[in-house]
Design a binder for this molecule. Structure first.
Ligand SMILES: O=P(O)(O)O[C@H]1O[C@H](CO)[C@@H](O)[C@H]1O
Ligand SMILES: [Mn+2]
Ligand SMILES: [Mn+2]
Length: 396
């Protein structure tokens, strides 16, 4: 079977239970979808993902509210991560055939003085905080100080990130981006090798009314080698990126990239792609699940976001054509019912659909997220992915 268009949607952080190596990450017991289902006590309604076979992925322990269906319309399974980390870059690069084998720099006690001093010198601003912090708490606790002094709020998390929060009226966006670009340029190599420098602009009059804006910008490390996106682009196919994808791959291998302001906007752009005539791969990331609910440990909001996504998914399913293939997966977990506020090492769901399918079957447990990219390449007869195993021939 060969498809003219493949749509990939990454529902960021929607894990489906502890991975076999969760113990190495202190994540035993993490279960993003399972715990959201438990929180909703049967009221988590995801009819479209249900009929694709979401709970069929784990029939012995179905997600509460999501039935195991007799005749799923999609193929279903779960994928294991082989990258050394559990951040978005590890997940997405691995999906596209480039697992991360060297750990990215991680600074649980803050960044070394040498680095902070360089940022201070470049920006002419004093740096405060410099430790792991929740991004909403950090502006609540230090935003007013920043408004009074113009100091830079630098913080990190359990991921390989250096984040700079800046009130848009105090440190103009353009200046913030310049500082982030500078920080990016000096943290590429070891000992830093920081996955992402993230600009975190916010607005508001006082600490109880600060809100972060969609002017967030991620300055990621460039992919360390060729990815399946590069391979598709080089083969003359269209590669349409929606949301954070463009940042995660630093624009490499993408023929057309659009930024989004929310999950809803991301799905609208995906649906708009489905209404376009193209040949190739449309690749979407929906980050709200992670940024707004997973890291905030908010199972109620996470469930609402899943239900809203499922609704829009229905609109997308309705317009897909027989020669379209849809692949839904995630890049890591971020269980809102788990301790801490960081990502969790989990299996990710794999749901695969085309209107041309008769009835779906299990794709089992995939050894690596790389099977996703391998399948896309296989479909377009493009070679180069040596990491994953295509499941194209299993689709009937
Ligand atoms: O707490 P906030 O600022 O949302 O940061 C979160 O966003 C970062 C990037 O996804 C994560 O590493 C996590 O720390
Ligand atoms: Mn992510
Ligand atoms: Mn995250």
């Amino acid at each position: 079977m060969a498809f003219k268009r493949v749509f990939g949607i990454v529902i960021d952080s929607v894990g489906i239970g502890e991975a076999s190596d969760a113990n190495k990450f202190d994540d035993v017991g993490a279960d993003t979808l399972g715990h959201i289902g438990e929180f909703y006590k049967g009221k988590l309604s995801l009819p479209n993902m249900e009929k694709l076979g979401l709970s069929n992925i784990r029939p012995d322990n179905p997600i509460e509210g999501v039935a195991v269906v007799d005749q799923p319309i999609g193929y279903f399974g779960k994928m294991h991560e082989i990258s050394v980390g559990k951040d978005s870059m590890d997940g997405h690069w691995e999906m596209m055939g480039l697992p991360v084998t060297e750990p990215l720099g991680f600074f649980p006690h803050g960044f070394p003085a040498e680095l902070i001093e360089k940022i201070e010198q470049f920006s002419g601003r004093h740096v405060i905080v410099n430790k792991p912090y929740s991004g909403t708490d950090v502006i609540h606790d230090y935003g007013e100080h920043q408004m009074a002094t113009g100091d830079l709020i630098v913080y990190t998390s359990g991921d390989s990130v250096l984040q700079i929060a800046a009130h848009e009226d105090v440190i103009p966006l353009e200046e913030l981006y310049k500082i982030c670009e500078y920080a990016r340029s000096i943290t590429i190599d070891k000992p830093y090798r920081i996955g992402r420098i993230i600009a975190r602009p916010y607005v508001g009059p006082d600490k109880d009314h600060f809100t972060r804006t969609s002017n967030r910008h991620d300055f990621a490390l460039e992919p360390t080698g060729e990815t399946d996106l590069d391979r598709l682009k080089a083969a003359g196919l269209d590669v349409l990126a929606v949301g954070k994808i463009n940042d995660i791959f630093s624009g490499h291998g993408i023929t057309e990239g659009v930024h989004t302001t929310s999950n809803e906007d991301g799905m609208n752009h995906t649906i708009a792609n489905a209404q376009k005539d193209f040949k190739g791969f449309s690749f979407t990331n929906l980050v709200d699940f992670d940024a707004m609910y997973g890291h905030r440990r908010n199972p109620e909001g996470y469930g609402q976001a899943l239900m809203a996504f499922d609704k829009q998914l229905g609109d997308l399913l309705a317009i897909l054509q027989d020669d379209d293939l849809l692949i839904i997966t995630a890049d890591h977990g971020n269980d809102p019912g788990f301790r801490g506020t960081d990502h969790t090492r989990e299996y990710v769901p794999l749901l695969v659909y085309s209107p041309s399918f008769e009835v779906g079957e299990s794709l089992g447990i995939r050894r690596t997220y790389g099977d996703f990219g391998a399948t896309v390449l296989d479909n377009f007869n493009v070679s180069g992915n040596t990491v994953g195993t295509s499941f194209l021939s299993e689709l009937k």
